[in-house]
Write a protein that binds this ligand. Sequence first.
Ligand code: GLU
Ligand code: ZN
Length: 470
Amino acid sequence: MADKKKVRVRIAPSPTGLLHVGTARTALFNYLFAKKNNGDFILRIEDTDKERSEKKYEEDIVESLKWLGLAWDEGPVRQSERTEVYKKYLEKLLEGGHAYWCFCTKDDLEAQRESQMTNGHAPKYSGHCREVSLDEAEKRLGSGKDAVLRFKVQEKEILVKDVVRGKVQFDTSLLGDFVIAKSFDEPLYNFAAVIDDHEMNITHVIRGEDHLANTPKQILIQEALGFDRSEYAHLPLILAPDKSKLSKRVGDLDATIQSLKKHGYMPEAVLNFLLLLGWNPGDEKEAFSLEESVKKFDFKKVQKGGAIFNEEKLNWFNSHYIREADIGRLANMAKEFVPKEFADSSMFEKALEIERERMKWLTDFEELAGLFFKLPDYPASKLKWKTSDVKTAGKHLEKVLGIMEESLGNGLEGRVMEYADAEGRGDVLWPLRVALSGQEKSPGPFEIIEVIGREEAIGRVKEAIKKISK
Ligand code: GLU
Ligand code: ZN
């Protein structure tokens, strides 16, 4: 059997902003495809644009991918460190007559454009400098003239069998000779990406549909250099709820992984949500762990049409995973969102165990669980049950206090319930719960006692009785 090439894919973000959810979705699909095929997933930082690239954004990309758990096998490879490699290939293209120096100024280009438009042609580079010989070009460069490198586009049809989109046909006569480098030291995206995909033995280019238009340009460069063509898979665009292209913001959120993290989303919820942005499991089940996703992932179920960012769904996944998570792990994550006294308290995990049922975001915990750490102030009137009055509440609390003081072991709940069943559950349990929580809505009284402990509970009931007798 012939050796099948090892699958190698890459995520290639430009560090010109925080990691966008669209790029994270692309990273996930690359990761899933790599793992499913025992292949490699590579991180490449496309930082050729010196003006717009920033180290802090590269750090954010690395942090965000780590937070999501999308571990890469190689990298980060930085394009800014590979200038010599690109130079070698630029020279090769020049010598082979596939590229040439263009000396047109901005004004020249504008004039060419205008004349094309008046003649009813779609504007593209006119090919004006194609005929400048390499010798002549080098002379001009030597005399300090500015120039860029353009690729000499061969006019032809290119057929791409895209894994998601099926056959896509391109007519390269529409492209015009495009710029591949601003100088030998400043290669541009389409060129640098082709070189790297080749040198890194990338077998499948999986990326957003917004890059579909770059594909014929990249294939032309590959062909000129005699490189193999990789497979292509262009993922559907992510759309805002109004079906516009998802930009920087969606609802209350910035469409970045960092913003989702700060908002109190769990990484597994974000991953699961991203998984369904363009991929359909084909049955009812929607909650998938990363391992399950690897097993199930299949490009056949990736849709062509845009995928809508549905915040409700993201929230649903988040509540789901908050409830499912290992409590120790959840606690570690939730600690980032609470005051230090909460985080350091021995009650922290128990309180979280109870409150996680009601949490949509990790950020909800502080407010929901505040009552465990400090009894909120409340008026005595809150202690009275619907049909009853404050005095009666006080009487029941005295009785319950007695039971609490006597029961040291597990008997407490049973004995209080026995009393409550005899006197009316609302009449007994309502004031007890308010005494313990200071709130109209809270977990049940025995859950609260479980967290704060018997002594603190007794103190709170005494405080309630004092409020009533004032
Ligand atoms: N740097 C490009 C981006 O961030 C990568 C495109 C590609 O995957 O080829 O969109
Ligand atoms: Zn020119």
